[in-house]
Ligand binder design. Structure first.
Ligand code: NAD
Length: 291
């Protein structure tokens, strides 16, 4: 089996931008693909700012940003991912969209390349079914914000070979991340309870029980969470939350996973969270979390 040296990240929105930092920071050549040049430009600038602030905080040596940014290559041409040994997909939560991407990647990438999806809720086996290489396919769910969080939920699909899973697990450790193994099950570990839990917080706001500030304060102070659920939702993105709820509710029929109407109204009003400057809270800039 060839060693993993070059990694592709497909989609550089909220998650892809952070995952690309994790890969480039660990010394992997990182090719970042997005359909939109403005998304690539934004992610590159966010990465530069994040790395410079990491140096100022003493978390990285002064020469690190230059080296890391050299390994970070943005592209709008999928063919630039041809030499990747592993590709991590992080486009929006939609099975058909993911199938279309993996179909194209299968035509472009070498047979040894492993495909991974960062999906939060869609079945790994179902996504892998449209990839042309379901034996070399794995679920690799990074946590938000990926550039700060260590955990990665690793899930094999029904056809994933143990060799593939082992290579992906070793890659995850080489990134400096902490992998845990889960079955291919809706929401894996974290989103199984986080999606209903976050929706409960939204419903408290919806019903006027308490303000977003007070709910976040209560959860942080009493449960010891570093972030309140509404702050976290602003980081996740309300548009992404809607897709996660729809996928999760469609699979589990769990009432608490259903998308609260307030989320749809906030999306219609352009209040997507940090990425649009306003969600449950208001934001002055779009820097990556921790920058
Ligand atoms: N947001 C979160 O908190 C979070 C956490 C963990 C996992 N995830 C999962 O990560 C994935 C991405 O979510 P996100 O929140 O980063 O989404 P996002 O909407 O912030 O970003 C998606 C990016 O994909 C790009 N894109 C869309 N179609 C594309 C295509 N065909 N080819 C290349 N790029 C394309 C868009 O331009 C955008 O930059 C989803 O599967 C989601 O479930 C999200």
């Amino acid at each position: 089996m060839s060693e993993i040296k070059t990694v592709g990240v497909v989609g550089c929105g909220t998650m892809g931008a952070g995952i690309a930092i994790v890969c480039a920071r660990a010394g992997f050549k990182t090719r970042v693909f997005d359909l939109r040049q403005d998304a690539l430009d934004r992610a590159q600038e966010q990465t530069r700012v994040f790395l410079e602030r990491s140096v100022k905080k003493g978390k990285l040596p002064p020469d690190a940003p230059g080296r890391i940014l050299e390994g970070w290559q943005g592209t709008t041409a999928l063919s630039d991912l041809a030499d990747c040994d592993l590709v991590i997909e992080a486009v929006f939560e939609d099975l058909d969209a993911k199938h279309r991407i993996f179909e194209q990647l299968h035509a472009v990438c070498a047979p040894h390349a492993i495909f991974a999806s960062n999906t939060s809720t869609i079945s790994i086996t179902e996504i892998a079914g449209g990839s042309g290489r379901s034996d070399r396919f794995v679920g690799m769910h990074f946590c938000l914000p990926a550039q700060l969080m260590k955990l990665v939920e690793m899930s094999p699909g029904l056809n994933t070979s143990e060799a593939t899973f082992g290579r992906a697990w070793a890659f995850c450790e080489a990134l400096g991340q902490k992998p845990v193994r889960t079955q291919d099950s809706p929401g894996f570990i974290l989103n199984y309870f986080l999606i209903p839990f976050n929706n409960d917080a939204i419903r408290l706001v919806e019903q006027g029980v308490a303000s977003a500030e007070d709910i976040d304060t209560a959860v942080k102070a009493a449960l010891g969470y570093p972030m309140g659920p509404l702050e976290l939702l602003d980081l996740i993105g309300l548009d992404t939350q809607r897709l996660l709820c729809e996928a999760m509710h469609g699979l589990t029929h769990e009432e608490r996973a259903a998308c609260p109407p307030l989320v749809r109204r906030m999306i219609a009003a352009g209040r997507l969270g940090k990425k649009s400057g306003r969600g449950f809270h208001v934001y002055a800039d779009n820097a990556l979390h921790g920058a």
